[in-house]
Ligand binder design. Sequence first.
Ligand code: TRP
Length: 345
Amino acid sequence: MPFKPRVFSGMQPTGNLHLGNYLGALTRWVEMQSTHECIYCIVDMHALTQGFDPDGLRQATRDVTAAYLAAGLDAKKSIIFNQSQVSAHAELGWVFNCVARLGWLDRMTQFKEKAGKDREAASVGLYAYPTLMAADILVYRATHVPVGEDQKQHLELSRDIAQKFNNDFKKEILAAGFADGIFFPQPDPVITGPATRVMSLRDGTKKMSKSDPSDLSRINLTDDADTIAKKIQKAKTDADGIPSEKKGFEGRAEAENLVGIYAALTDITVESVLKDFGGQQFSAFKKALAEVATDKLGKIGGEAQRLMADPAEIDKVLADGSARARAIAKPVMDHVKDIVGLLRS
Ligand code: TRP
């Protein structure tokens, strides 16, 4: 049986969303709303894997929801909710902990990076992060998952889990009435666009990141127009001006990053930006960049600020999204319980 196309994706509520999240993910998520049924999650349970901060988590969950909405996700069209309000994620995550093998998780590079040298001190949750992520996707039997390059390995694990579940329970799946014996789809990663890699404004060799101690290194989706303009003005550059050809970016990560951001924000190619600005000084280019950035992002920042001032309204959006998510996830989880032999009443 072919699966109904359905998009699922999520972000962790750990700090502010920034330009990298916007250009690398959110713009694509917004577009997909007009072609697909979309479910967009704030994965608050994943945020627990790296330590507890109850007030910070509540705040960040609302902030990320506000940024989603301000960036153009439509809570009527799409389902927008926080993971922990739909208990089926945790339930299916547990079943998947028993499907996935230790050897599979041992290969996850993100765990190795995040756990660092002291593996013994990492939480069990951090280790099991990818099985919960598989549950996020498969509890909706989602088929398309827009993610950054860094999540490809987790997506492959989700596919392996879906396949092993389908194989291990073939008989039960058939008995439950799925004539082709396939219960979970193989979710496809949709690796997000050319501007996926937005680098730090202070160091063009590092990704723009919410964990960078310098706020000048990133443009937050909640920054107002003045802040955005100031950060662009202070962005690191070099003594040479804008090159006329792409090969002029050699060894000049900062120049390449700023031109790439301009191209992504105006939706034109890097080549045509170079055609317009090649030979000019950074001061002139930065003025133009600040203009397009404040025009596009200043509005989003303003709208996010407005939404963040009304937490009750945000909580209402999340409650409504959670109810709609539950309506899809519950029957899937009921089938899973029947298939694996968990009694329910
Ligand atoms: N691991 C993802 C990230 O860090 C977040 C995430 C959690 C996710 N569950 C997901 C993304 C399900 C896509 C689908 O970016």
